[in-house]
Design a protein around this ligand. Structure first.
Ligand code: SF4
Length: 459
């Protein structure tokens, strides 16, 4: 998944400090590692670290990194192992002197084709990360073929397929761009004449940015000390019939994004409440309480409870210092995390008929443990309601979903999943109802549910 941020200060502020704050607000998008590159107008200064943003960037370090512009990244690994070498931003040094840096969010589906083509031209890679691929592509065409950086990015948009929202930094210029399908989110806002970009609007809120808007799919933004340019006239040329079509990731609205973010032209919490209300319309009984799996299902649970007129209760308490189980890198860590992460309120569940709401079921191991936990705490009945359709397909666009064979919906019927989890009943949101929960249903990718991949994976 990952989160990115970029900041260009025209007031002489500390861009690295602003980027740190924006990354801190997006820690939910990646907890494996993080990094910031700042520029004083000429020289780039990099710091990367495994772990959380706040620990990685103490004030003293941020003061040393003070500069007019900066980019940053929080990593959730999709391609490449969890080591510092695969952590972004990537810094690319050239023999002729200039240094460049890039941070990106997403997954390139024709990585091998693009990387092999660059290797033939003499480009050397130090990691398997998409960010490095994008950066080396731009630097190659700028430095070796003499293109303007913005023209190299236009070429990149034609050649590189898949999902990427990215920030690219030179000594004196910040670029921001987003793939033409707009898979991953990207927002821009202004802070007293400074400019900030980030994956999610919650990161711009923390900076008190105003005039927020989405960076358009296929748009390239160029920021310098005295100028700001938006390039989008060429966008139509990127589509075979000239007709623009977006494929925003629907899972961002269901699960990944923070509920206080504004994404794909709507508030995330609003979509989640609608999903909850849809789920409530499937049931003709009234439970004693609706309990969400915190935190991602909180607003889905609220939507359900308010539509039914029954109490919404935080019966499961989450330890916020464990992290999100879905984005932990391996099964052992995930299993341990679930046990350490949730604890039921004592005496709360005794004898109650509970609707337990979660956003999705991927492998099924987490929800199974939770149903057992709630039953073990004395619930008389547990009715499981899931705010998305069954997940049947892997994601190629920046989310590390397991292989198809690991997805429980491919191995068991709905009734078998109910039985496996130990729930008294199980209902998923159906895909037509999910479409009704967003303003522009035709502009989304639903491939992990329906298998219709908008950009085919190239092998
Ligand atoms: S396949 Fe699923 S997770 Fe991936 S972009 Fe599409 S909707 Fe999002």
């Amino acid at each position: 998944m990952c989160g990115i941020a970029g900041y260009f200060s025209r007031q002489g502020g500390n861009a690295a400090g602003q980027v740190m704050l924006a990354l801190y607000a997006q820690q939910h998008r990646g907890q494996e590692s993080c990094g910031i590159v700042s520029s004083n107008g000429k020289i780039l200064n990099l710091h990367k670290s495994m772990g959380y943003v706040k620990e990685a960037f103490p004030n003293q370090l941020l003061e040393q990194m003070a500069g007019i512009s900066a980019i940053g990244h929080v990593r959730y690994p999709t391609r490449g192992s969890a080591v510092l070498q695969n952590t972004q931003p990537y810094v690319i040094e050239t023999l002729s002197g200039p240094i460049y840096a890039i941070a990106s969010n997403g997954d390139v589906v024709n990585y091998d084709e693009v990387a092999d083509d660059l290797r033939i031209k003499g480009v050397h890679f130090t990691s398997q990360n998409d960010g490095e691929l994008l950066g080396r592509f731009i630097v190659y065409y700028h430095e070796r073929e003499g293109m303007e950086v913005a023209d190299a990015i236009k070429l990149l948009m034609k050649r590189v397929k898949g999902a990427y929202s990215a920030v690219f930094l030179t000594g004196d210029t910040l670029y921001a761009f987003r793939d033409v399908q707009g898979f991953r989110p990207m927002m821009i806002g202004y802070v007293n004449g400074d400019v900030a970009v980030a994956s999610e609007s919650c990161a711009l809120d923390i900076l008190r940015a105003g005039d927020l808007r989405e960076v358009e799919p296929g748009e390239i933004l160029v920021f310098t000390a005295h100028n700001e340019v938006s390039l989008k006239n060429y966008q139509r040329s990127l589509f075979p019939n000239g007709e623009r079509k977006t494929f925003h990731c629907i899972f961002e609205l269901i699960y990944f994004a923070r509920p206080d973010s504004y994404q794909f032209d709507e508030y995330v919490y609003g979509v989640r409440r609608k999903i909850g209300a849809k789920l409530a319309s499937y049931d003709d009984f009234k439970a004693d309480a609706v309990v969400p799996v915190p935190d991602s299902a909180n607003f889905i649970g609220m939507g359900y409870a308010s539509a039914k007129g029954i109490p919404f209760e935080m019966g499961l308490i989450r330890n916020h210092y464990v992290g999100r189980t879905f984005i932990r890198p391996d099964q052992y860590t995930r299993d341990e995390s679930v046990r350490q992460k949730f604890n039921p309120l004592k005496d709360f569940f005794t004898g109650k008929r509970v609707v337990l709401v979660d956003d999705s079921i991927v492998r099924g191991t987490t929800i199974r443990k939770l149903v057992r936990m709630v039953k073990g705490a004395g619930a008389a009945e547990v009715h499981l309601r899931i705010g998305s359709p069954p997940v049947r397909n892997s994601c190629y666009y920046g989310i590390d979903t397991p292989t198809r064979s690991e997805l429980i919906a491919n191995n068991m019927s709905e009734e078998e999943i109910r039985d496996y989890t130990g729930a008294d009943s199980l209902k998923y949101l159906n895909i037509e109802d999910l479409r009704e929960c967003v303003k522009a249903p035709g502009g989304f990718c639903y491939a992990c549910f329906d298998g219709n991949y908008p950009v085919p994976k190239q092998t």
